[in-house]
Design a binder for this molecule. Structure first.
Ligand SMILES: [Zn+2]
Length: 399
């Protein structure tokens, strides 16, 4: 079983990360920072810059990055958790902890839809959402932050239901279309009620993912007007290119590309977003666990896919998995910025990659080697057990 991480640090705990070879910000407007040192106090970023300009004395923990790459912990915008670190979809244990070893430090539920016997009646839907929100807030395998409790809308829900959910701490809707509401008009009304009470929404775009799921086309996506166009590249069955373009051009919402989707459609969406000058709308998910399994390296694989075949500089592709998602989802992580959560991944070129540098290796389609993961200023793993081995890895000094 994955270890539950309840470790915390004191408010004045000082973490100094020195000797950073390359710092990626997660900010698509300024993806590479001129900095080699980062300081976090009490689990939040307090300073970023050159070692000579910063107060690195009296650290509780020092990480020597050893010339590796530091970037914000990656965010999976589309997961389907069920209970603890177990998924019944492939009857697998430890998938969240394993994904942390793939550089993911935050996950966003698109609905706890694989829950065996999940309720479809309104009071049951609400109760399950509140239960999932509470459980995953308290249980963090590997330290991963799981934003769960994402009810899937069902016929008969009224405005008061969304207010009740929001009052109880629910902040997300699961994929519109995975429940009984399939038409644009009903979805639009419920999504608007959710938004009124501060609940974000997403939608299942494309053909059915598994038996029992349905087709959602561009007309319904645009009418429902969810905050995120969930797996615009299908999950797996994608819409025709013309409908994908219609969605990209017809709204300003998030364009989510998932690992468990159609790769060609992902590359097509990327091309349209680039033509429109709106790469800031592109965010990444795995849509796992799913019929095609659990993907501990799914987000890293998407970054390499989009960078290599989509001809996007690697430092930009990493923004799809970090800052873009953080901004769209109002998260306090995902960017190397003072005040943000101290959630980091240390990467380096994978051993024997043909790339001339770390960024070049990603642009050639290789995966990064992960050497360490830090969440809330705490070291959660050393060398990843899942990625190809990194050439260089950081080391920890202090207590
Ligand atoms: Zn879906």
């Amino acid at each position: 079983m994955a270890e539950q991480s309840t470790a915390t640090i004191t408010p004045d705990h000082k973490l100094v990360v020195r000797n950073i070879g390359l710092m990626l910000s997660g900010d698509i407007g300024n993806p590479i920072l001129e900095a080699d040192t980062l300081i976090a106090i009490g689990g939040r970023i307090a300073a970023v810059g050159r070692a000579k300009d910063l107060d690195t004395d009296k650290a509780d923990t020092v990480i020597d990055a050893n010339g590796t790459v530091l970037l914000p912990g990656m965010i999976d915008s589309h997961v389907h958790p069920v209970a603890g670190d177990w998924t019944p979809r492939q009857n697998q244990l430890g998938w969240i902890d394993s994904t942390m070893h793939g550089g993911v430090t935050t996950m966003i539920s698109a609905g706890e839809v694989h829950t065996p016997g999940r309720p479809r009646d309104v009071v049951g839907v609400k109760a399950m959402a509140i239960y999932a929100q509470r459980c995953f807030d308290a249980f963090r395998p590997g330290g991963v932050k799981i934003h769960a409790g994402a009810p899937v809308i069902e016929p008969g829900m009224v405005e008061q239901d969304f207010k009740d959910l929001a009052d109880a701490g629910v902040r997300l809707l699961g994929e519109v279309g995975l429940g009984g509401v399939k038409d644009g008009a009903t979805a639009k009304q419920m999504v608007a009620w959710a938004r009124k009470y501060g609940i974000q929404s997403t939608i299942h775009t494309g053909g059915p993912s598994i038996p029992g799921s349905g087709l959602i086309g561009a007309d319904v996506v645009l009418e429902a007007d969810t905050d995120v166009v969930g797996h615009i590249n299908g999950g797996h069955t994608a819409l025709p290119d013309a409908e994908i373009r219609c969605i990209c051009e017809g709204c300003k919402r998030g364009l989510e590309l998932v690992h468990n989707g159609n790769e060609r459609a992902a590359l097509y969406t990327l091309r349209v977003a680039r033509e429109m000058g709106e790469l800031n709308r592109v965010i990444l998910g795995t849509d796992g666990p799913a019929g095609s399994g659990v993907q501990p390296l799914g987000i890293a694989r998407m970054v390499s896919l989009l960078s290599s075949l989509g001809e996007v500089p690697a430092e930009i592709a990493f923004c799809f998995a970090t800052g873009n998602t953080a901004r769209m989802r109002n998260l306090d992580c995902g960017l190397i910025e003072v005040g943000r959560s101290a959630d980091f991944v240390f990467m380096d070129k994978a051993q024997h990659s043909a790339g001339k540098s770390f960024l070049d290796s990603i642009q050639l389609g290789d995966l990064p080697g992960i050497g360490m993961v830090v969440i809330d200023g705490l070291v959660r793993s050393g060398r990843s057990r899942n990625t190809p081995p990194a050439e260089k890895v950081p080391s920890v000094q202090g207590h």
